[in-house]
Design a protein around this ligand. Structure first.
Ligand code: SF4
Length: 180
């Protein structure tokens, strides 16, 4: 069986989905028989610069940098999988959706209990904040969705194993849905 290539990236997420990926524990030894890694916490390369079979994306888009990273990642990945609620719905960061931007900036930088600089950051090197959090599939085409916060390691393993073996992806059993 020909090995596939696998990469991951993180946008507006907490890296909890990546931790769940690493929580497949000893199955990582099986995973390395199925995949060569490109840009992931396992090989520690930061950027995907060549075509890749499977890409896992954690987190949604909260700023212009996230959008750029996601579009570049999509360009290189044959199959793109949204991993976790932040990628699928915006997740916890999307709690800000619906709150006016001016109110958010005032609370975050001017009036919040830990604000002592009284400056709203505005350097051109800082990625611009988007008007709301966008789930990945609203920015690029996504091929599969793994729900949960984070998704259960077993879901991640079964999905990667099925893709590598050329099996169809099946519905995820309810007992594997996990929201910690
Ligand atoms: S879905 Fe949950 S675990 Fe994954 S990045 Fe979002 S908050 Fe973190």
């Amino acid at each position: 069986m020909k090995k596939l290539t696998l990469a991951t990236t993180s946008l507006a997420g907490c890296f909890g989905c990546h931790m769940s990926f690493l929580d497949i524990d000893e199955k990582i030894l099986e995973l390395v028989q199925l995949y060569d890694f490109r840009a992931s916490p396992i090989d520690d390369f930061k950027k995907l610069t060549e075509p890749c079979d499977v890409g896992l994306v954690e987190g949604g888009c909260c700023n212009t940098h996230n959008v750029h990273v996601l579009r570049e990642f999509r360009k290189h990945c044959r199959i793109l999988v949204s991993v976790g609620q932040c990628a699928i719905t915006g997740g916890l960061p999307a709690m800000r959706n619906g709150i006016p931007m001016a109110e958010l900036f005032t609370e975050s930088y001017l009036k919040g209990p830990t604000c002592d600089s009284q400056i709203i950051p505005h350097d051109e090197d800082i990625p611009a904040i988007l008007d709301r959090i966008y789930p990945c599939h609203e920015v690029v085409k996504v091929d599969a969705f793994l729900p949960g916060c984070p998704p259960h390691p077993e879901i991640i393993w079964e999905t990667l194993s099925a893709i590598a073996r050329g099996k169809p992806l099946t519905a995820i059993p309810y007992e594997h849905f996990k929201f910690d």
